[in-house]
Ligand binder design. Structure first.
Ligand SMILES: NC(=O)c1ccc[n+]([C@@H]2O[C@H](COP(=O)([O-])OP(=O)(O)OC[C@H]3O[C@@H](n4cnc5c(N)ncnc54)[C@H](O)[C@@H]3O)[C@@H](O)[C@H]2O)c1
Ligand SMILES: [Zn+2]
Length: 344
């Protein structure tokens, strides 16, 4: 097992890579009411390994249920189980379960302590690390939420073996993002070992999770509230969130297309050689991740206008200057309109 800690302005969190769910009670204070939040798939796969709890709440699956309505139902279930401010919330699941549970924990009775057992690659490498939580609102992704860190995040690697290939790849898109913005060695390792990804190789998975958590925690330690450096983690996400909304692709698959568009925008902007765009596209394609979708450019632009990263008539884009190096550039919608036909 490997441990890492996040010590940031929004609090501290212990990340345990390779820990097992059976040890979770070692990290939860004794004599607390325990509320578990999970979903039906995770409960059917791993419910027999959950610790004994006062209540187990199942979140309806899918992005469409990551809403304030679900949050309200969860508050009611917590109240029915007589949970109060001294309760502990344990989320066991992927990014949706962790995002919505973190929000419920941060707001129920002005906040209760919580921890995660993160069960998808996407949530281990990204969603459960860094303290962002929240729900979608009026069709916009993660529009309502807080910054609030879980006490701990357990990343049990063996749970990743039951992920579908599509879910595994969704997480791999975020791992490739980490390589593209900050870790050229990780990027090259994936390029040299695509078959290890597709075979769920244990050593490779451990490296993806651990290296990603190092990159993400270093960035969060510097800028937890996303005023500067943390924006780099949004590489591929401005296009990605718009694509996710329109094409209804899984998060990582939409981010995969978003990264290609952001790399092409970097090339049009003159900062990234075309060969690097092709390298990124080739890596995503060899793993089976998409690099393009058919969406009318006007529709893509309209969806990006609703992005919460928008500032007036411009939007902060994360661009690349090389594989492993990213920077943030404010691009106006007028400039974007100019580029969009070359991009799509
Ligand atoms: N807060 C953040 O910083 C952050 C970062 C990235 C993504 N996210 C969010 O994460 C969400 C996507 O996360 P996700 O892809 O993990 O979604 P998810 O939670 O919906 O999980 C995907 C599917 O995999 C199933 N599953 C979970 N663990 C499994 C396992 N071990 N074996 C088999 N199946 C399993 C789930 O039941 C679900 O059907 C999005 O809502 C995205 O916005 C948040
Ligand atoms: Zn993401």
């Amino acid at each position: 097992m490997k441990q890492l800690s996040i010590d940031s302005t929004i609090g501290s969190s212990l990340i345990l890579v390779g820990e097992r769910i059976e040890h979770v009670l070692n990290y939860i204070p004794k004599n607390k009411k325990l509320a578990i939040i999970s979903d039906d798939t995770v409960i059917s796969l791993y419910g027999d390994r959950f610790p004994k709890a006062d209540v187990v709440i199942s979140v309806p699956q899918g992005e469409a249920n990551k809403t304030l309505q679900s949050v309200e139902r969860m508050y009611e279930q917590l109240l029915d189980a007589e949970c109060d401010r001294s309760a502990f919330i344990l989320a066991i699941g992927g990014g949706i379960v962790c995002d919505i549970s973190g929000f419920v924990a941060a707001t129920f009775m002005r906040g209760v302590d919580f921890g995660f057992v993160s069960t998808t690659l996407l949530s281990q490498v990204d969603a459960s690390v860094g303290g962002k939580n929240g729900v979608n609102f009026k069709g916009f992704k993660n529009f309502i939420g807080t910054f609030c860190l879980p006490k701990f995040v357990i990343c049990e690697l063996s749970m990743l073996k039951t992920l579908s290939p599509s879910e595994l790849l969704s997480g791999m898109a975020e791992v490739i993002k980490h390589g593209a913005i900050a870790d050229p060695d990780l990027f090259t390792y994936i390029e040299h070992n695509p078959q290890k990804v597709l075979r769920y190789d244990s050593d490779a998975l451990e490296r993806f999770v651990y290296d990603s958590v190092i990159i993400k925690s270093n960035i969060v330690n510097l800028d937890a509230r996303e005023n500067g450096t943390r924006r780099l983690l949004n590489f591929g996400h401005t296009f990605g969130h718009a694509i996710e909304k329109i094409a209804k692709l899984p998060h990582g698959h939409a981010v995969s297309v978003g990264m290609v568009l952001a790399a092409r925008l970097s090339a049009l902007h003159g900062s990234l050689p075309q060969a690097a765009v092709e390298r990124l596209t080739a890596l995503l394609n060899v793993l089976g991740l998409p690099s393009a979708v058919s969406i009318p450019p006007e529709e893509l632009l309209a969806a990006m206008r609703g992005d919460k990263k928008r500032e007036g008539s411009a939007i902060h884009f994360v661009l690349l200057s090389e594989i492993g190096k990213a920077y943030v550039e404010k691009i106006s919608f007028t400039q974007l309109e100019h580029y969009i036909h070359d991009l799509c």
